[in-house]
Design a protein around this ligand. Structure first.
Ligand code: ZN
Length: 136
């Protein structure tokens, strides 16, 4: 139907609202992203781009990150303690990887190819039936 999407990966940059936390992430210019309906993703409006650890680098702001855990405690939610923005974190679905908040990427660099819905309110079932896509 359409041309095969260009899956060559490039480095995108992003960060938190105040600019203390800056990172780079390697991903195609366009890729599927995930919207999750769990309690915390609903509140924060987080839009997930999930990558392997080697495709992510924190550039600045490690000392500004504060961690929050709840439920199973497996996801490590990371927030900037100055502006409160969660620009990336270690997700429960990929504890060794990174989920980047697409809303926190610098404008013009990355375009969501489509949005996949993940039923995080029924996490155990959803992870078996519709696991979130990753790049790389
Ligand atoms: Zn900040």
């Amino acid at each position: 139907m359409s041309a095969r999407p260009d899956m060559r990966r490039v480095w995108h940059q992003g960060g938190c609202h105040c600019g203390a936390v800056r990172f780079r992430v390697r991903a195609p210019a366009s890729a599927p992203v995930t919207r999750c309906n769990c309690s915390i993703c609903t509140m924060t409006g987080f839009l997930h781009l999930i990558v392997a650890a080697e495709d992510f680098a924190l550039l600045t702001g490690a000392e500004m990150l504060t961690e929050y855990r709840f439920g199973t405690g497996r996801a490590r939610h990371l927030f900037c303690r100055r502006c409160g923005v969660k620009s990336f974190y270690h997700p429960r679905s990929h504890p060794e990887g990174i989920s980047v908040n697409v809303h926190c990427l610098d404008p013009g660099s990355f375009t969501p190819e489509r949005i996949e819905e993940f039923d995080g309110r029924d996490w155990e079932r959803a992870i078996r039936t519709t696991p979130p896509p990753t790049t790389g």
